[in-house]
Design a binder for this molecule. Structure first.
Ligand code: B3K
Ligand code: ZN
Length: 883
């Protein structure tokens, strides 16, 4: 079936302001899945009750991808005259106030390349129902404020589908005729349809158990293909750590006897929190040191934690409607970030989260697709699983925590979960509880939910005798539909460092509390002054500590003061930010030809850099962060008009200068830590990370040094005992013009060709290469036997790695990168519109480019609009970006 040609008319925009409670509720549903060779019959028996005394017809959501075999109400077949079956819904007139409806549908999972609803992956069957996938399984009131108790029976051939899983606990299993068997599952917790899941296939379980705080035993299983069983342990340990962390931190225990996770290779997103039966992209489950990098391990832990934490924030308390998505996603991202911080390094995790926000969310907030964390309208909800809803949403929760204090915040979260348990709530419900329990006025703070755009803060200083006044002003750029913004309530963390490098804690004009992290200023007005009393001369303020709000900052802090902060600030984020700002300013000055100040700036950077290289007793991962220059994408955002080539060149020249001027200390440090890279401890991980950054400098040193770095890299590639080391060598080689390059890439492919996740890395590494021929390589790789449009991981590893992580080559001046992307989107849209839509964003940022590139990008977008039967998913984004 061609997906798009079957769709009815284009979807209409849905508005938050139009929300109406459902006309009917479904309290209970019993589903029977009969799985046969090339189809599945689904029988759904639902108990339906009218909500109040409306006189509406029963409107059920459906889809053109299923066949209706039977429809009866209270045991009687429904007369054809009483219902209308459109492409995507079923309306039944004259239904009673309470009744049982029986619906049988037939599905063809093997034909489902959209990967929503019931589909096949590697011969197994699985489901993805969030946001609106359940309507592809049966006709239903497919919205999150309809919560039902689900009982599921699955029947299938014993040999083809030995494992049969659904939500909740397994209640019965048995044998049927014709080599078939069945399994029954019951989930006692009422849930919306988006949390339904079913898996059937040939899978092996990696099992363990967990005893909850109150002594209940939970069976834990991770289901994978048999050969992958040796890659499940880290995910299992992460799951157990998550369960313990949620008990310790929020007093939240798991509530069923079973927690199942299934890993599948074909998945649109990272993972899905279905109650008691999470379905995961293999990328976030399978990991051992030979095949997964340290970053992969961190991602596994983060995503396992994220889905587990949804059991309370999302499942026990769900969302009233999809506009409230950040209620569960922002809060759960915040929880997984905190979990990962507690398991690893808080400083490094915070920096990683800030990087993601700046690389993905800030550009989104500054472009034509900007929307508040609680959007006001959408055409295709799948387009709103964005960095804004997720990551800015998490920052908003983090600000609430800062305003309330951690203790009161945790109490308030527990109170929210108690009050709304078993219900579908709104963001406003959440903030109301925070305000009441935390006893903090959040009236103005609520604007974070309704106003889009990244606020900018500017800070300047004025000395007044012994005192210093910080003048803080805020503004926020216009975003689509919001030309002017009311001021935000911004928690702004500030500290002071004296000239000896020690923290001081002066009294402040406003009522604030000092903690060891600094003092939190309530920035609420467009312009505001804060007076700090008795601040000695030469003290330097440390601003925006811990990245206390998702804003950009400018200030009158001089380059010398920034260099001082790099060496002396006790706040890790502020230290890192200070060196980032120095390096950014230098690189942009080079780009702009502001040569008069760059020498002086370079001296400051070089001395800060050498101080970092010499620092002892420092977390090595953090040291690696401090030595990593701002990315090209970040630098580009600081320009009014992006100059991709000039940024690349200037950044390269700074890397080269630093490599040359610090050759000896870089080599020494490398030699020292190279021997400490074995194992999976935090310090071994840190040593690997640091060595990888040091190598990236070593290859840019003087020619002799470069030769020995090359030897080092080639030997690291061939001898590596971990994927982290092998891949970091491969990335440098892939970027190079070494004669060995082709052999190395071939070797890697042959070494790993049976491991899909490693082959994804092989594609990604080539797509990220800064070589001039990379676009040709990408096009060439699209014809490779291992490339497939059907598998989202593969598409992302080749195409998105290029379009999102290779700024200089994607924006090649002839527009070839843009037409490549638009051709991929066209083709993919027919197969998997959701994944196609997730690739559109790089083209939408055309306003940021020069006029020649703008025209080329707009042409590529317009070409997409001309595609016959373009999906709602892609059309919504393209249209918005051309408005
Ligand atoms: N809730 C899912 C995302 C579903 C995406 C649907 N397009 C994963 C997560 O955030 O945990
Ligand atoms: Zn989530």
């Amino acid at each position: 079936m061609d997906a798009s040609s079957m769709m009815a008319s284009p979807k209409q925009e849905i508005k938050l302001a139009d929300y109406q409670p459902p006309a009917f509720f479904i309290d209970n549903i019993t589903l029977t899945f009969k799985i046969y060779g090339d189809y599945v019959d689904v029988h759904a028996k639902s108990f339906i009750k009218r909500n109040g005394n409306n006189t509406n017809a029963l409107a059920l959501d459906g889809s053109p991808y299923m066949e209706l075999l039977n429809l009866s109400i209270d045991g009687e077949a429904v007369d054809k005259a009483l219902y209308t079956l459109g492409g995507a819904n079923l309306t039944i007139n004259d239904v009673p106030d309470e009744f049982i409806i029986d619906i049988t549908t037939r599905l063809k999972p093997a034909e489902n390349s959209r990967l929503e609803g019931l589909y096949a992956s590697g011969g197994n069957l699985c489901t993805q129902c969030e946001a609106e996938g359940f309507r592809h399984i049966t006709y239903y009131i497919d919205r999150p404020d309809v919560l039902a108790v689900y009982s599921v029976r699955i029947e299938a051939d014993k040999d083809e589908y030995p494992v049969l899983l659904s939500n909740g606990d397994n209640t019965e299993n048995g044998i049927l005729d014709n080599n078939r068997h069945y399994a029954c599952w019951n989930d006692p917790y009422p849930k919306p349809s988006y949390l339904f899941a079913l898996v059937a296939g040939k899978l092996s379980a990696y099992s363990d158990r967990y005893v909850t705080k109150s002594g209940r035993e939970v069976a834990l299983n991770i289901y994978v293909r048999e050969p992958d069983l040796d890659k499940c342990d880290y995910a299992m340990q992460s799951l157990k750590r998550s369960m313990k962390w949620d008990e310790d931190e929020y007093g939240l225990e798991y509530d069923l006897g079973t927690y199942n996770i299934v890993a599948v290779s074909d998945f649109n997103m990272g993972a899905m929190e279905n109650k008691g039966l999470n379905v995961f992209n293999t990328k976030y489950v399978l990991a051992n040191q030979q095949t997964a990098t340290d970053t992969d391990f961190d991602n596994v832990e983060g995503v396992i934690g994220h889905e587990y934490f949804h059991n309370w924030t999302g499942n026990r308390v769900t969302c009233r409607d999809w506009f409230q998505l950040s209620l569960k996603e922002g809060l759960t991202v915040f929880r997984d970030q905190e979990f990962s911080s507690d398991m690893t390094s808080r400083a490094v995790k915070r920096i990683a989260d800030v990087r993601v926000l700046r690389m993905i969310q800030f550009p989104e907030d500054a472009g034509p697709l900007a929307h508040p964390i609680r959007p006001e309208s959408y055409v295709e909800i799948n387009n709103f699983y964005t960095a804004t809803v997720y990551n800015k949403g998490a920052e908003v929760i983090r600000m609430i925590q800062a305003l309330l204090g951690k203790k009161a915040f945790n109490t308030a979260v527990r109170q929210y979960l108690t009050e709304f348990d078993g219900q579908a709530a709104t963001c406003a419900d959440f903030v109301d509880v925070m305000e009441r329990v935390g006893q903090k006025d959040l009236t103005q703070f609520r604007r974070w939910y309704s106003q889009a755009g990244t606020p900018s803060i500017d800070v300047s200083r004025k000395r007044d005798g012994n005192d210093v006044i910080l003048k803080v002003s805020q503004s926020c750029m216009a975003t689509p539909g919001q030309s002017s913004k009311a001021p935000f309530h911004i928690p702004f963390m500030v500290g002071w460092i004296d000239k000896a490098g020690e923290a001081i804690f002066p009294d402040v004009s406003e009522k604030v509390n000092w903690t060891e992290n600094g003092c939190l200023l309530d920035v609420t007005a467009q312009e505001q002054e804060f007076k700090f009393y008795n601040v000695p001369e030469d003290c330097v303020p440390s601003l925006h500590r811990g990245f206390s709000a998702p804003v950009t900052l400018t200030s009158d802090i001089s380059d010398e003061e920034k260099a001082f902060l790099v060496s002396h600030d006790s706040d890790a984020y502020a230290r890192w930010q200070a060196i980032q700002e120095l390096a950014s300013s230098y690189i942009l000055n080079i780009v702009e030809g502001e040569m008069s100040i760059v020498d002086e700036q370079y001296q400051l950077i070089a001395s800060a850099f050498s101080t970092i290289l010499q620092q002892e007793n420092i977390d090595l991962s953090f040291m690696a962060e401090l030595l990593t220059l701002p990315t090209e994408v970040y630098l580009g955002q600081l320009q009014d008009t992006l100059q991709p080539d000039a940024i690349y060149d200037a950044r390269e020249s700074l890397l080269g200068k630093l490599a040359n001027d610090n050759e000896q200390s870089i080599n020494n440090l490398f030699a020292m830590f190279k021997s400490q890279t074995a194992g999976q401890t935090q310090s071994a991980k840190g040593a690997r990370r640091l060595c990888s950054v040091l190598l990236s400098y070593m290859i840019r040193g003087k020619s002799e040094a470069r030769d020995s770095a090359k030897e080092e890299i080639l030997s690291q590639f061939y001898k590596a005992s971990t994927m982290t080391e092998q891949l970091s060598a491969l990335m440098l080689i892939s970027d190079s013009d070494y004669v060995e390059r082709e052999d190395v890439l071939k070797h890697f492919y042959e070494q790993w060709q049976t491991d899909d996740l490693v082959i994804d890395k092989w594609f990604a590494v080539q797509a990220q290469s800064k070589r001039l021929d990379t676009l040709d390589t990408v096009k060439h790789l699209m014809c490779h036997e291992a490339f497939s449009y059907q598998n989202p991981n593969r598409i992302r590893s080749l195409v998105s790695s290029f379009t999102m992580m290779n700024q200089v080559r994607f924006h090649s001046a002839d527009g070839a990168g843009y037409s490549m992307l638009s051709n991929v989107i066209k083709k993919l849209d027919k197969i998997n519109p959701q994944t196609a839509a997730r690739m559109v964003a790089p083209l939408c940022r055309w306003q940021r480019l020069d006029s020649i590139r703008q025209t080329l990008m707009i042409d590529s977008l317009k070409e997409l609009l001309n595609v016959e039967n373009l999906s709602d998913d892609v059309r919504e984004l393209v249209q918005k970006s051309l408005q």
